[in-house]
Write a new protein. Sequence first.
Length: 129
Amino acid sequence: MGLCASSQSLNTAPLSTKLIASPLTIKVIHSEGKLQELKHPTRASFIKIQNPNCFLCSLESMSVGMCVPQVSDDEELQLGQIYFLLPLSQAHKPLFLSDLCALAAKASSALGNATVDLCSSGASRGFFR
């Protein structure tokens, strides 16, 4: 998947293992680190309407040095995939390795939390600082 970073951790399971642990849901990781899981295929517009100052991107489409491709409103989000909800202010900026590492840390933390929000909205803070 391409998300690799070196750090010391008590949990030695690789990030890629954590990221593909539950193929039965769509995972949306909000910029503040909240995990939203959807149990049924859903159009991207459903998430974007709830979060008008943000855009969706797929984990699979991210590349260092490139602008993050936005998921189109009419695209159906796929079960088993991970998406990030990022501030619109970051939509046309290239992704740096440090940004990708920060997203990987957010994903790892969000996926490790016991409480999961199945249907809420609202990313309001900026992500890349």
